[in-house]
Ligand binder design. Structure first.
Ligand code: ACK
Length: 320
């Protein structure tokens, strides 16, 4: 691909409403690295009506990115635009597509990803269900929790996180968007401990090999995939509900690792004969029954996110 094709692709995504002036954005330190590129913390001037300066997260591609990688970031941008705003999803604040590197400016989540937050806030002496996989090369940026007065999370806090993520997914599905990689590592925690679904706009390579390949961070997404997604590459709102069951289990176990002793290759047969993960010791029966309905082998038996949120609200507040 030539420079010409890249600029044609970029101009086809141009949107005056969303374009943010580079002069009003200052890029800070690196907070994350992915196969796709980099995420930086940044400060943006006048990006929100209600404040002069806003801490933001800035997503970019590497300097030597291919036109395909640039286009993937632009596709993510258009999905985020299409989806719009909801308290439980990471929303788009603006973008810089003209006159330099393509950058997406999104809401900043100060406490980082939910999985690591849950592990940091596990009550002392909590009995583990499922092992905790140690990161092979954990040199990632550590969010600053020093202003977070909560030292350990209660069961009700955990159920509230289940509700936040279900509400975010209900909204995403109402916008006809399927996530396909819902997991605690892809949920971020923002100010006031609000969970926000992230990375829902990513273009994904849906071949089986992609999912079987070990990810750079050492986790294999296969364990979040429904049987029909795993074997027929059939992704739907119902396969997101299955992934949500695994996410809810991660939440209730303070960031436990799913099926620690089952290999990715054996997983399908393991699930097919009806095996599932055990009820975490602190997980109330009603919540575990909800999780079990979400990992029903048959897709049609799984609830919708509207039903899941209603159920969780009823549990927490006594009404829906
Ligand atoms: O666990 P983390 O700190 O949270 O590492 C990942 C990394 O970048 C790769 O995605 C972090 N990250 C991504 N988007 C944001 C955001 N909007 N706010 C804060 N951190 C983010 C994520």
């Amino acid at each position: 691909p030539t420079e010409g094709t890249i600029s044609t692709i970029i101009s086809s995504y141009y949107d005056d409403q969303c374009e943010f002036s580079r002069e009003n954005l200052s890029i800070g330190h690196l907070i994350g690295k992915g196969a796709f590129g980099f995420v930086y913390q940044g400060i943006a001037k006048n990006i929100k009506a209600e404040e002069k300066v806003t801490t933001v997260a800035v997503k970019t591609v590497r300097d030597d990115a291919t036109s395909e990688e640039i286009e993937n970031l632009l596709k993510e941008l258009s999905v985020m635009k299409m989806v719009g705003k909801h308290i439980n999803i990471i929303s788009l604040l603006g973008c810089c597509t003209q006159g330099g590197q393509v950058m997406l400016i999104v809401e900043y989540a100060k406490y980082g990803n939910l999985r690591d937050y849950l592990r940091r806030k596990r009550p002392p002496g909590h009995v583990l269900s499922g092992s905790f996989e140690q990161d092979e090369n954990d040199e990632s940026y550590k969010p600053d929790d020093s202003d977070d007065l909560i030292h350990s999370l209660s069961t009700i806090d955990l159920i509230l996180f289940c509700l936040h993520t279900a509400a975010g997914m209900e909204y995403l599905h109402s916008k006809k968007c399927i996530h396909r990689d819902l997991a605690a590592r892809n949920v971020l925690l923002a100010e006031n401990r609000v969970c926000k679904i992230a990375d829902f706009g990513l273009a994904r390579d849906l071949t089986q090999t992609y999912y079987y390949r070990k990810q750079t961070d050492g986790r294999v997404p296969v364990k979040w995939m429904s049987p029909e997604a795993l074997f027929d590459r059939k992704f739907s709102t119902k396969s997101d509900v299955w992934s949500y069951a695994i996410l809810a289990w991660e939440i209730m176990t303070y960031g436990g690792t799913p099926y620690p002793s089952t290999s990715a290759e054996k997983l399908f047969d393991y699930l097919k004969v009806g095996n599932r993960m055990a009820q975490p010791s602190n997980c109330p029966n009603e919540i575990f029954q909800l999780i079990e309905s979400c990992w029903a082998f048959k897709e049609t038996l799984r609830p919708t996110f509207t039903q899941i949120s209603e159920n969780l609200r009823r549990y927490l507040y006594g009404s829906s």
